[in-house]
Design a protein around this ligand. Structure first.
Ligand code: GLC
Length: 418
């Protein structure tokens, strides 16, 4: 298919999923606003409607909590039957939100939206900057340990069922969870979604947060789950670099942000698993590496960190799969090409890893990630994720972030840059 047709289809998806001031990831499966999905949506909108891109980010940041946290879901409209809905999270805000956060790509995408039209963007970023600074400060104060970002629930990482969380999740007590009905299984084949035992544990972790009123100190000291996610650490580091640029744009000091960049750069070394020779997540309760080489491990370049060992892993995996970048090393025993974050290719991760590779001089590798994203979308449409083996589209269709990444990065007119 010609790329102009795909560009048009991608714009159509963003328009279809647009609910006025926010965009849903896809209509039936995810009927609310999600944090990092919205940041990607803004990046996509910036290619044909910059005003709408800023509105997306403004709606998200308006849901920021008083403590600075920006929630991972905002329940703007009731969607009866959605599970776990606002009553399960037990957060009293209006509109209701979840009680956890998601990967902070907003500062990075805001910078991209600003670059798309600096004159129009300047007043809008001036309005968003303080909120972004407070969100990053919340991360640094409440979540950064030994220079790494701790997550309190796998859903915070955006890589919901990645094997990174398997061992740490074993300790989660599910005795109080009770019976419930999932909504995802009514629409997507069970083989492409997390299993029931995992889901029970997700709900037990939500229950712990709700029962302590989402108190960060209680969750830190007694919460059932605390893992330093390699993806969050690299994404926050990168976002701080972009936030420093935005600070200069709006004439604010950068000193505090520079300190964060230093702390996170040093902390990144704590993610280096010397046995596997790759960047890995760390269970902060046990101190053990999680033993998972994932697509998030390859965000080191995106974070501004060079590493020859990671490049060697990238080349090895590139020889093994037809489509890059699988969400799990195919050599991992849990690799499953169609199960969500345990194998499939996610176009957004190709984009982030690809941006970093290109910026740090690895043009050929960046081109492969982009070419494969193009081929997958051209052959199989704007799916939620794809098999790295044969390109089978999976999960939800008509997907906002896949369309957004097409417009902003993968499409031939986008040139693979910011
Ligand atoms: C799933 C994904 C998460 C995403 C959400 C909405 O939960 O794992 O990363 O934000 O769907 O698309």
């Amino acid at each position: 298919m010609h790329h102009e047709t795909l560009d048009q289809a991608a714009r159509g998806i963003l328009r279809d999923n647009d609910r006025g001031r926010y965009t849903v990831p896809t209509a039936m499966l995810y009927p609310f606003q999600w944090n990092w999905d919205s940041a990607f949506a803004a990046w996509g909108f910036s290619r044909f409607d910059v005003e709408r891109a800023w509105t997306e980010l403004e709606t998200l940041m308006a849901a920021q909590w008083p403590n600075g946290m920006v929630p991972h879901m905002i329940f703007h409209e009731p969607a009866p039957g959605y599970f776990p809905g606002p009553e399960v999270w037990g957060v009293g805000n209006q509109p209701p939100t979840s009680g956890i956060t998601q990967p902070p790509v907003v500062a990075t995408m805001a910078r991209a939206v600003l670059m798309a039209d600096p004159d129009r963007g300047r007043p809008r970023i001036a309005g968003l900057f303080d909120g972004l600074l407070r969100w990053h400060r919340w991360f640094m104060d409440a979540r950064v340990e030994r220079g790494m970002v701790a997550v309190t629930h796998p859903w915070e990482t955006g890589r919901d069922n990645a094997p990174d969380w398997d061992l740490a999740m074993q300790a989660v007590d599910t005795s109080g969870v009770g019976s419930y009905q999932r909504r995802d299984l009514q629409q997507v084949d069970a083989g492409q979604r997390p299993k029931k035992a995992e889901y029970d544990r997700y709900l037990a972790m939500v229950g712990f947060g709700r029962d302590c009123g989402w108190d960060e100190a209680t969750i830190r000291d007694r919460g059932p789950f605390r893992v330093a996610d390699v993806g969050m650490s690299f994404i926050l580091l990168r976002a701080c670099r972009d936030l420093a640029v935005l600070a200069q744009e709006v004439g604010k000091p950068t000193r505090e942000i520079e300190d964060w960049i230093r702390a996170l750069t040093e902390g990144a070394e704590g993610h280096w698993n010397p046995d596997g020779g790759y960047y890995d997540s760390v269970d902060l309760r046990s101190g053990a590496f999680t033993g998972s080489l994932s697509n998030a491990s390859f965000l080191n370049w995106y974070a501004g960190i060079e590493n020859p060992g990671m490049l060697a892993h990238l080349h090895r995996i590139a020889d093994e799969v037809r489509f890059m970048l699988p969400s799990l090393d195919p050599a991992h025993p849990e690799f499953d090409p169609l199960r969500y974050w345990r194998g499939p290719v996610w176009a957004i991760l190709n984009a982030l890893a690809g941006l970093g590779l290109a910026e740090m001089g690895h043009g050929a590798e960046a081109a492969r990630l982009r070419r494969d994203a193009q081929a997958l979308i051209a052959a199989s449409g704007f799916a939620e994720y794809f098999s790295p083996r044969d390109g089978t589209p999976a999960g939800g269709g008509h997907f906002t972030w896949t369309a957004a990444v097409w417009l902003a990065w993968a499409s031939p007119q986008a040139e693979g840059r910011f």
